[in-house]
Design a protein around this ligand. Structure first.
Ligand code: COA
Length: 325
C-alpha cells in the first residue's frame, strides 16, 4: 500500500461579517445568549458567491501551498450539503474553474463530517495506487438553506470553504482513520430536497421547504458522545497518549460541546483548536478552515500529531490522526 501525505491546505471565507448584534435585529436573540450557549460571536455570510466560487478560491490557495501543478491533480472530491446544482456536481464546476483537466471529480454528502469522509476516500485511492494526487474540498453556502426567521438555527451557521491536497508520499502522514454513521437519527438535523412531484405522485401542490431544522439537544448529546469516542479510539489506534496530540481540531459547532468532551476525556479544552467564535458552524468547511489556520500560523512542526474530528447530519462522524511532515 502507498503512503499518504498532506502536502497543502487552503481556505476562503466571504468578506461580509455578520455579528450577533446584527442577527438580534432579525430574530429574538442577543449577543449574550449566543455567546453563552455556543461561543459564536460572528459568522461570514455570502453576498452572492455560491459554493463553487468559495471552493475554487480555497482550492487555489491549497494548490499554491502544496506547490504542485494543477495538471498533477487526478482526483477532486468535494464535500458539501449546499451544492450549486443537482447537476453538474460542484466538484466538476471547480475542476472547470481551476482547469484541473486530468481530474476525476465527484461530490459527497456527509454534512459536517464531509471533509473527513472526503480525505478518507481520497486516501484509499492513493493507497491502492489508483491516483497519486488528490484535492479534497469542504465548501458550504449554508446561508442559502437557513431559515433566517428561526432563532434555533440561524445563529449557528456561516459560509466558507477549505481544501486539502493529498499525495502519494515517502512517509506516512495519515496514521489512522475512523468513520461511522447512524441513519436512524437522521431526522435530528434535516434539510429536505425536492419532493417526488411528477404527474403520477399527486403532490403537485406540495410546497417545498428547503431549510434546515434541528433537534439541538439530540445533536448536542450525539456530538459529545462521538467526539469522546473518536479521540479515545484514534489515540489508541495510533499508539499515542492524549498528551502527545498537539491539537485536536473538532468540527466547529459549539464551544460547549467541546468543553463537555474535554471534561469527559479529562483533558484541558485548550488542546482543542477552535475558531468558531469568528466563523460559526461552516459544516463541511469548518475543520479545513481551522486546519489551514493551524498550518499557516506555524502552530505545528514536523512530527506533531493533529487529530481532526467531524460529526453532524446523517448522522455521520469520523476522525483522522495526522502526523505533520
Ligand atoms: N436566542 C435566544 N433564545 C433562544 C435562541 C436564541 N437564538 N434559540 C433558542 N432559544 C430559547 C429556546 O426557545 C428556549 O426557550 P424556552 O425555554 O422558552 O423554550 C431556550 O432558549 C433554551 O433552549 P434550548 O434548546 O434548551 O437551548 P440549549 O441550551 O440546548 O442550546 C443550542 C440550544 C442549539 C445552542 C444547542 O442545543 C446546540 O448547540 N446543539 C447542537 C447544535 C449543533 O451544533 N448543530 C450542528 C451540528 S453539526
Amino acid at each position: 500500500m502507498n503512503k499518504v501525505e498532506i502536502i497543502g491546505t487552503g481556505s476562503y471565507v466571504p468578506s461580509k461579517i455578520v455579528d450577533n448584534n446584527e442577527l438580534s435585529h432579525t430574530v429574538d436573540t442577543s449577543d449574550e445568549w449566543i455567546i453563552s450557549r455556543t461561543g459564536i460571536k460572528q459568522r461570514r455570510i455570502s453576498e452572492g458567491e455560491d459554493t463553487s466560487d468559495m471552493a475554487t478560491k480555497a482550492a487555489i490557495n491549497a494548490i499554491k501551498s502544496a506547490k504542485i501543478e494543477v495538471s498533477d491533480i487526478e482526483l477532486i472530491i468535494l464535500a458539501t450539503a449546499t451544492p450549486d446544482n443537482f447537476i453538474p456536481s460542484t466538484s466538476c464546476i471547480v475542476q472547470k474553474n481551476i482547469k484541473a483537466v486530468n481530474a476525476t471529480c465527484f461530490d459527497i454528502s456527509a454534512a459536517c463530517s464531509g471533509l473527513i469522509y472526503g480525505i478518507d476516500a481520497a486516501a484509499q485511492f492513493i493507497r491502492t495506487g489508483r491516483f497519486n494526487t488528490a484535492l479534497v474540498i469542504g465548501a458550504e453556502t449554508l446561508s442559502k438553506i437557513i431559515d433566517w426567521k428561526d432563532r434555533n438555527t440561524c445563529i449557528l451557521f456561516g459560509d466558507g470553504a477549505s481544501a486539502v491536497v493529498l499525495r502519494k508520499g515517502e512517509e506516512e502522514g495519515i496514521l489512522s482513520i475512523k468513520t461511522g454513521s447512524d441513519g436512524s437519527k437522521g431526522r435530528a438535523l434535516i434539510c429536505p430536497a425536492v419532493p417526488v412531484n411528477n404527474f403520477l405522485s399527486g403532490n403537485e401542490m406540495y410546497l417545498n421547504k428547503s431549510t434546515v431544522s434541528m433537534d439541538g439537544k439530540e445533536i448536542f448529546k450525539f456530538a459529545v458522545k462521538v467526539l469522546v469516542k473518536l479521540v479515545q479510539e484514534l489515540a489508541d489506534e495510533s499508539n499515542c497518549d492524549l498528551e502527545e496530540i498537539k491539537y485536536i481540531i473538532p468540527h466547529q459547532a459549539n464551544y460547549r460541546i467541546i468543553e463537555c468532551a474535554a471534561k469527559k476525556l479529562g483533558i484541558n479544552s485548550n488542546k482543542f483548536y477552535t475558531n468558531l467564535d469568528l466563523y460559526g458552524n461552516t459544516s463541511a468547511a469548518s475543520i479545513g478552515i481551522a486546519l489551514d489556520e493551524v498550518y499557516k500560523k506555524s502552530l505545528v512542526k514536523r512530527g506533531d500529531k493533529i487529530l481532526i474530528i467531524g460529526f453532524g447530519g446523517g448522522l455521520t462522524y469520523g476522525g483522522i490522526m495526522i502526523e505533520v511532515l
